[in-house]
Design a protein around this ligand. Sequence first.
Ligand code: NG1
Length: 470
Amino acid sequence: MSVVPHFSLESLPPHSATRVKALLQRLGATPNPQIAVRAPGRVNLIGEHTDYNGYPVMPIAMEREIRAVASATGGHTIEIANSDPHFSPRRIDLTRPLTPFAAGDWGNYFLAALNELEPDLEPRGFTAIFDGDLPEAAGLSSSSALVVASALVLIGMSGVAIDPLHLAERLARAEHFVGTAGGGMDQAISLMGKAGRALRIDFFPLRTRALALPPDVRVVICHSCVRAPKSEAAMQEYNRRPIECRLAAALIAAEIRRRCAFPAAVERLADVDRSRIPLPAAEIDRIIASALTPAAQTLAQLAQKLGRSEASLLETELSPSPRFRLQPPADGFQVQRRYRHVVGEAERVEKATRALESGDAAALGRLMDASHASCRDDYGISTPELDELVALGREAGSLGSRLTGAGFGGCTVHLVPAEQVKVFKERVWRSYYRTYLPGRRPDLATGDDPDKVMFETGAAAGAGFIDLIE
Ligand code: NG1
């Protein structure tokens, strides 16, 4: 079993160490044990919306993070505060059943970790202060970094040892507490990121493989300035994708079973991967074509094809997490397009793995471009702003550009030759932030500081405890 790593304060980037010291000062002098933790956000290079389908992803842990300090208080109350005044303090009474705060409340991400770990850890009261430099609602996984940091605070306060891989698997499920039906990429990269490396992550069971980034390229992130908060209408749009994929898997499984014996348990698209269907390739093509027709499907059509009632679909596939039920979309379920994106994206992750193994940055860049087109055309998760930022990034000299994270706003990721980064940023600043946005979206304030909306990141180490004894 491996354990969650410990970092010395001196080993942290100066900015991070300074913030931790400021948090400790705010916590004040106390005779009780104090702990500090950090959990990075992530930028996904390729493999978008593949994780919950059982297909791989390839992110890096970012050099931006959520950090927290905590001190035991005894008793049965946990108090959490945030250095960002937008997030008011929250109090949790451990003697009562956990009840979520209002939808979208930051405290729910702490509760997600507590709800998962409470039976094992039996936590006592403490005070914790959280802090971070990850833009939220930006597709950079600030929510999972908060869940991971919360989990480490709970673990640190209880003094138990825990395997990061096992913890990542549990926290992926735990985050469903807030209502999203996401996969396990964000928690896994935050916990197991490797400095200087991308991680190829496979799921069910979770496993990771570190791959060196080509030495002569940099990862640049640009914010489209469109917020993508998953707690609002975007949650319907986000959760619709895993649900459409699950329906696609069920449709393919039903079609296979008409022709041959096939295992009963089909939960996700990887369960009906072509390699798992014991039939000739041409027959598999016919099965997929007849299971997934191009036209969008109504709930009634799906129920009929699957031999199920609409009510049963609503109660199972359309209710993927405890506090969420999808309203059937007015434009119908797009099962064929979603399937095409997921299997194409899974193939691109395989090719991207080979590109990194051979240090071929140009090949990775081409795969990133193709990924964006598929996210836009088949998965329907892009926006006009993201498309423009991707196109302008390519014009400004990137080797490959794409939206990153869930989509519907947030950030783009660009693979830029090291010597081009300065020019790239100057061009994108002029073309997107100074020309496109003021013309098309004057409502979106960008400010005057390019570094607030565009930044480079290397690959950081995964989450851990920060040793406070000098
Ligand atoms: P972000 O970008 O953090 O909302 C979400 C999911 C991931 C993955 C990506 C799309 C959560 C916590 N995260 O990430 O699992 O599905 O979208 O690739 O739901």
